[in-house]
Each structure stands twice: as C-alpha cells, then as structure tokens.
Design a protein around this ligand. Structure first.
Ligand SMILES: Nc1ncnc2c1ncn2[C@@H]1O[C@H](COP(=O)(O)OP(=O)(O)O)[C@@H](O)[C@H]1O
Ligand SMILES: [Mg+2]
Length: 224
C-alpha cells in the first residue's frame, strides 16, 4: 500500500545574514494513512519547519514530498493552495482563530476558499462544530470561549473540508491537563474515523497517545 506521506531527502536552509541555518538536514520518512504520529525534539530542532513543509506552507530547499501520488512541490501555486485547502488541516498552540468572527464563521472560512463552492456551507460548518461537541456555542466569539473550546473550534475549522492529514503544532501546549486530555481524545476519535494525525509536542504524555514518535535533533531524524 502506498503511504499517505513520503518525504525523500528533504533539506531546509535559512539564510540569516551571511550564516546558513540548516533547519532540516536530509529528512526522509513515510506516514501511512490512518496513523497517529508524534514529533518530538528540543527547541530549534526543526519540528515546526517539518510541519510547515508537510502542510505545504513552506518549500524545502531540496527534496521531494509525495502526498499520495502527487508530487507536491512541482505543483502550480493554484494547485498547491487547493491541496492545502482540501487535503490538509492545521491546528496551533494558540488556536489562531479570528477574534471578531463567531465560532461558526471561523469554521466556515476554509469553505469560502474552495474552488467549487458548496451548496450549503453553513450546514457543513455547523456539522463540523457538532462533531467536536460545540453545537451549543456556534455564535460565541473566541473571547467568550474557554481555551479548550477555542481549540475545538480550531479542530472543527481544520476538518471542515474533510482533509486526509491533520497537522498540529503543540496543540495542547496552552491547555491544562484535563482539557489537554479531552483534546487528545477528540484527535483520537478523528483518527479512528480515518484521519491521519501528525502532532508536534514537548509532552511525553501527549506523545504516548501516538502510535509512533519521530525524534528530531539539529534538523535530523534521530529516532523513528
Ligand atoms: N525563517 C527563519 N529564518 C531563519 N532561521 C529560521 C527560520 N525559521 C526557523 N529557523 C531556524 O531553524 C531551526 C529550526 O526551527 P524550528 O523548525 O522552528 O524548530 P522547533 O519548532 O523544533 O523549535 C532553528 O535553528 C531556527 O532558529
Ligand atoms: Mg516550533
């Protein structure tokens, strides 16, 4: 069976003045459909860079990324943004919700960027909020929601277009342990429903929920 994600010899360099920083150094990995993978490593080891490349938010300096059988970084800009919109969901430590929009409007945003619009985008956004247990908070703005509820809204926004891959950068880093566990349970449910989850964490209890942990050090994989 073909992997959902194949990274082949990915390098990422940043230029800082006349210095070159190697954020990723020859990273190769495969992730199968339906896996739950944790990425761990010290600060500065390249975790966020790896996640941005997996999320097609950033281009590598070298190397190849296959998502199913699509060679991601040879696609046109238009196809790349369509890939991001339809096949990949992203959640962040600080939720990244738009503060003036309600939960329902935040979740509906990715639906407006689809190339073929939906007949009833509001119904789709509502269903995603119900799926994360926030059916009763549709019209609240982020400031009226707890941290855990805001992260649930962010999860609903990430899954509203039915992606294959959910990428999470320290998704529980801003939450207390019981809220953390509830968000992890939600990610576990989504995985059971077929989503592939890749999550960056510092927390070994979070990583313990994953099937597999990829360890990075100085931009290279040191354990897999
Ligand atoms: N835009 C950038 N410009 C220069 N250096 C960067 C940039 N982004 C990341 N880096 C460097 O790349 C390395 C990896 O960063 P990052 O992926 O953010 O690590 P992590 O998420 O593991 O803390 C670090 O040394 C960081 O300083
Ligand atoms: Mg980081």
């Amino acid at each position: 069976m073909r992997s959902l994600v194949t990274l082949d010899h990915i390098h990422k360099q940043h230029r800082l003045g006349d210095q070159i920083v190697h954020a990723l150094l020859d990273v190769s990995l495969k992730i199968d459909r339906g896996e739950f993978v944790a990425i761990m490593g010290p600060s500065g080891s390249g975790k966020s860079t790896l996640l941005s490349i997996l999320g097609c938010l950033d281009h590598p300096s070298r190397g190849r990324y296959l998502l199913d059988d699509e060679d991601v970084f040879v696609q046109s800009k238009v196809r790349l943004s369509e890939l991001r919109n339809r096949r990949i969901g992203f959640i962040f430590q600080n939720f990244n919700l738009l503060p003036r929009l309600t939960a329902l409007e935040n979740v509906g945003l990715p639906l407006f960027y689809r190339r073929e619009p939906l007949r009833n985008p509001t119904a789709r956004a509502r269903a995603a909020l119900e799926q994360v247990g926030l059916g009763g908070r549709m019209h609240h703005v982020p400031a009226q929601l707890s941290g855990g509820e805001q992260q649930r809204v962010a999860v609903a926004r990430a899954i509203v277009n039915g992606p294959d891959l959910l990428l999470a950068d320290e998704p529980t880093g801003a939450l207390d342990t019981s809220t953390r566990d509830a968000i992890l349970a939600l990610l576990g449910e989504l995985q059971c429903a077929g989503l592939t989850v890749v999550l960056v964490t510092h927390d070994s209890e979070v990583a313990a929920c994953a099937w597999r942990t990829i360890r990075l050090r100085d931009g290279a994989i040191v354990g897999n």
